[in-house]
Each structure stands twice: as C-alpha cells, then as structure tokens.
Design a protein around this ligand. Sequence first.
Ligand SMILES: C[C@@]1(CC(=O)O)c2cc3[nH]c(cc4nc(cc5[nH]c(cc(n2)[C@H]1CCC(=O)O)[C@@](C)(CC(=O)O)[C@@H]5CCC(=O)O)C(CC(=O)O)=C4CCC(=O)O)c(CCC(=O)O)c3CC(=O)O
Ligand SMILES: NC(=O)C1=CN([C@@H]2O[C@H](COP(=O)(O)OP(=O)(O)OC[C@H]3O[C@@H](n4cnc5c(N)ncnc54)[C@H](O)[C@@H]3O)[C@@H](O)[C@H]2O)C=CC1
Length: 239
Amino acid sequence: MRQQYPLMIDLSGRSCLVVGGGEVAERKVLSLMQAGADVTVLSPELSPGLHALWQEQRKFRWIAEEFRQQQVAGYTLVIAATNRAEVNLAVYRAVKLTDGWINIVDRPDLCNFIVPSVIQRGKLMVAVSTSGASPSLAKKLKTELERLIGPEYEEYLDFLAETRQQVLAQVDDAKVRKRIFQQLLDDAYLFASGEERKNMAASLIGEWSREGGQGGKHENVESRNPPQHAGVNTDRMGH
Ligand SMILES: C[C@@]1(CC(=O)O)c2cc3[nH]c(cc4nc(cc5[nH]c(cc(n2)[C@H]1CCC(=O)O)[C@@](C)(CC(=O)O)[C@@H]5CCC(=O)O)C(CC(=O)O)=C4CCC(=O)O)c(CCC(=O)O)c3CC(=O)O
Ligand SMILES: NC(=O)C1=CN([C@@H]2O[C@H](COP(=O)(O)OP(=O)(O)OC[C@H]3O[C@@H](n4cnc5c(N)ncnc54)[C@H](O)[C@@H]3O)[C@@H](O)[C@H]2O)C=CC1
C-alpha cells in the first residue's frame, strides 16, 4: 500500500478539470465547487444533477466534447471520471506529461491524490480515508461521525475562533492561554447557548487575566474546573 499524506489545500479560484459528467463526476464537481474552485467539466453529456446545476447557475464551465490529449494544460488538478477505462488512462497519460495532480476514479493505483469522505460543520472538516481500500467503509465511518459531531459544532467553533483571538490579544502568558483554550473545550461551552457561552468565556478570561497579571499564581491550573452554568448539562447530552 502507498502511504498517503493528508493535507487541506486552498483551491479557491483555482482551475480544476473533471473529465466525464456522470454520477461520480457530479460528486467530485460538487465538492470542488464547495471549495471555491473554478471547475471545468469536459464531457459530451452531463448527469441530470450536473445539467440542472449548469442550466440554473452556470457555476462551472462545460465543454461538451470528448476528451483530447491537449485539453489538460493549465489546470491545478485533473479528475478523470468517465466510464471508459481507456479514456481515463489517456487523461492520466496526458497529465503525467506535465507532472500534474491527477485522480483517476477507476485506477487508485495511478492516482497521485484521492478524495476522502468528508463531514463539514462550518470551519470544521473531518475527512476519512481508507487509502482506497474500501470507499464504502470511509462513507460508513463518516455517517457515524456525523452523529457524534453534530451541527452545534459550527457555531461552537466560531465561538472558539473568536474567543481565541481575544485571549491571544489579552493574555500574555502562553501557559495561561493554553489552560484557557483547554477549558473552553469543556462540553459546558459546547452545549451552552451563544449568549451563555460568551458570558462564561468572559468571566473565565477575566479570572485568568487578573491572576496572570499578579504572576506566580498558576500552581493550581491543573486542578481548576471549568465554570459551571445554571441549566447547562455537562454530560454528552445524548451523543
Ligand atoms: C481511490 C478512490 C479514488 C477517488 O475517487 O478519489 C476511490 C475509488 C473507487 N471507488 C469505487 C467505488 C465506490 N466509491 C464510493 C464512494 C466514494 N468514493 C470516494 C473516494 C474514493 N473512491 C477514493 C478512495 C477513498 C478512500 O477510501 O480513501 C468517496 C469517499 C469520495 C468521493 O468520491 O467524493 C465517496 C464517498 C463519499 C461520501 O461520503 O458519500 C462508493 C459508495 C457509494 O457510492 O455509495 C463506491 C461503491 C462501493 C465500493 O466499491 O466500495 C471504486 C470501484 C468502482 C467500480 O466498482 O467500478 C473505485 C475504484 C477502485 O477501487 O478500483
Ligand atoms: N472513485 C469513485 O468514487 C467511484 C468510481 N467509479 C468508477 O467511475 C466510473 C464512472 O462512473 P459513473 O460516473 O457512475 O458513470 P456514468 O456512466 O454515470 O458517467 C460516465 C460519464 O463519462 C462521460 N464520457 C464518456 N466518454 C467520454 C469521453 N471520451 N470524454 C469525456 N467524457 C466522456 C459520459 O458523457 C458520462 O457523463 C465507473 O466506470 C467506475 O469505474 C464508480 C463508483 C465510485
């Protein structure tokens, strides 16, 4: 098995080519568009889903032609997703000449990148890959993780991001900052309402800032409990 390297890349505004316009191509086009890529689909036909999307919004470019070798130049990445193995292979060979990024949906052995199964909750992305061994298992695990990591994570993460900036600006001591970040991970914050968690964070930061300002008062940081808030259940609440 080839060892894969996971990374999150910024494809916004980047030109990406999907050759083929069927069911599998549709999935790849949608995820590329979600990432803000500038997508071109090269295929004589489109799936009903892709066709509707193209008619309604023209959010991708459609070249209604069969693949020819010279069409791969200038793309950040290329996905070969036709139902014809020899066409996919020709796409691979063309991209290989330019040493570009290529995914061939029916030849994991030739891909230099593969696409994982993904849960997205706002800024949070959880990607599951089986290195191509069992895409259905990747999908199943994603579905299980969707239950564990509910929609509440979107706002919670926005809160964490905002609070983190405040803490970085207000708290000088890196150890204290780390403690605060740790305490903000308590489920009490996850399940509090927006207003409640802001208040909880403000008192937490206030408390630590005062103590941090006096210095030398951090012996008890390990044992400090997160602030409790009336009406907030700190159990996993049915998860
Ligand atoms: C290597 C890889 C290359 C790539 O496509 O990037 C690849 C290859 C192949 N997939 C095949 C089949 C299926 N793929 C899916 C589903 C997904 N496949 C995806 C990724 C990947 N598929 C990459 C590896 C990912 C990894 O494991 O790390 C997902 C995760 C992402 C996405 O496609 O966006 C998406 C789930 C998205 C979601 O969360 O919903 C299903 C299930 C279904 O459709 O319900 C089936 C049918 C059941 C089965 O076969 O398991 C076949 C055989 C085709 C044939 O039989 O002819 C090949 C070729 C081969 O293995 O030879
Ligand atoms: N990687 C993955 O996740 C999966 C991969 N597959 C593989 O993907 C292949 C495609 O599956 P589907 O999308 O369901 O097929 P499909 O039959 O729905 O679509 C095939 C598409 O290829 C286009 N096409 C055919 N010849 C072409 C050419 N010369 N140039 C440009 N476009 C051309 C057709 O117009 C059509 O839009 C399957 O043959 C299978 O091997 C299947 C399931 C999952």
